[in-house]
Ligand binder design. Structure first.
Ligand code: G1P
Length: 306
């Protein structure tokens, strides 16, 4: 079973990260020296993905620029014997193909995926949400692809979350436990009330999906309620039409970098694991004295300008 395509929805407004995201794509937030999108693409490439279909919107040009050749800069670095500074991104650009699809209205994750429907044939494909960075020994997408091939079915990445957090995620409903990490599902529900949640296994932004998901997205677009089109609802609809869907507990640490706190944790977490920065950051955190506050808080700016 060939799985070589990834749809990456990157059209979101990034409201949890304003004002930073007013003009900057949140997908280009750096973790150490790489933008989040590059981590996602590297995870994909390591999992056998060669075709990245990125769903974008206004103010996202920096993403396409990042995954493009940079002639002048490359020549200059070569002249100075510093070509290695761009080697990781050059490798991606050489080995993979990046295409862009515009989502002109922010109508939800399901709609973003639906916008890319013409790029998928009768095949399984992956979806990777760039807010979710998953680091570990094996790329998260590779873990899912292995299960999809084994079961010949769609697979969703899940991790356990505390009961009070289930209302922030898509939550799976289990039909049958197959191994300690693998479950066949009976349904999925988007952001349930904790009291109605069918489990504490939350979807963490990686999917292998059958092309049949587009029939479900089409159906919901035509007949569904007029609210944001959720990918989770389409997956539930696909299951109601006898498609088998599995959930796999992916190994790895997952960071939600769509908000400042999650991003800070990701920066610290990745820095601590870095052989060069790790020891310095550990020492810095141990010695840190938090006595001064930032000078430029908005309250102080107002106070000083009046
Ligand atoms: C999206 C999905 C949700 C999933 C989450 C993971 O929600 O709709 O099912 O659990 O990503 O990060 P969002 O965080 O975009 O609201």
């Amino acid at each position: 079973m060939e799985i070589v395509k990834a749809i990456i929805p990157a059209a979101g407004l990034g409201t949890s990260f304003l004002p930073y995201t007013k003009a900057m794509p949140k997908e280009m937030m750096p973790l150490l020296n790489k933008p989040a999108m590059q981590y996602i693409a590297e995870e994909g490439l390591l999992s056998g993905i060669t075709n990245f279909l990125i769903v974008t919107s206004k103010s996202k040009q920096a993403i396409a620029d990042h995954f493009d050749a940079a002639g002048t800069l490359e020549a200059l670095l070569k002249e100075r014997n510093k070509s290695e500074l761009l080697s990781s991104i050059e490798k991606l650009v050489r080995l993979a193909q990046f295409s862009y699809i515009r989502q002109s209205e922010p109508l939800g994750l399901g709609h973003a995926i639906w916008t890319a429907r013409h790029t998928i044939n009768k095949e399984y494909f992956t979806v990777a949400l760039p807010d979710d960075i998953i680091v570990g020994k094996q790329p998260a997408l590779a873990q899912l692809i292995r299960i999809a091939r084994q079961e010949k079915a769609s697979v969703i990445a899940v991790q356990e979350v505390p009961a009070e957090k289930v209302s922030s995620y898509g939550i799976v409903s289990i039909k049958k436990q197959i191994t300690p990490s693998l479950f066949q599902l009976s349904s999925v529900v988007e952001k349930p009330n904790p009291k109605d949640a069918p489990s504490n296994l939350a979807i963490v932004g990686r999917y292998v999906l059958s092309h049949k998901i587009f029939n479900s997205l089409d159906w919901i677009t035509t007949y569904g309620a007029s609210r944001e089109l959720e990918l989770t609802d389409a997956i539930a609809h696909m299951m109601q039409h006898n498609e088998r869907v599995f959930a796999y507990k992916v190994q790895g640490t997952r960071y939600d970098i769509g908000n400042p706190l999650g991003w800070i944790k990701a920066v610290i977490g990745t820095a601590l694991q870095d052989p060069e920065y790790g020891p310095v950051i550990r020492k810095f955190l141990n010695e840190l004295q938090v006595s001064d506050s930032l000078i430029y808080t908005s309250a102080k700016l107002t106070e000083n300008c009046l």
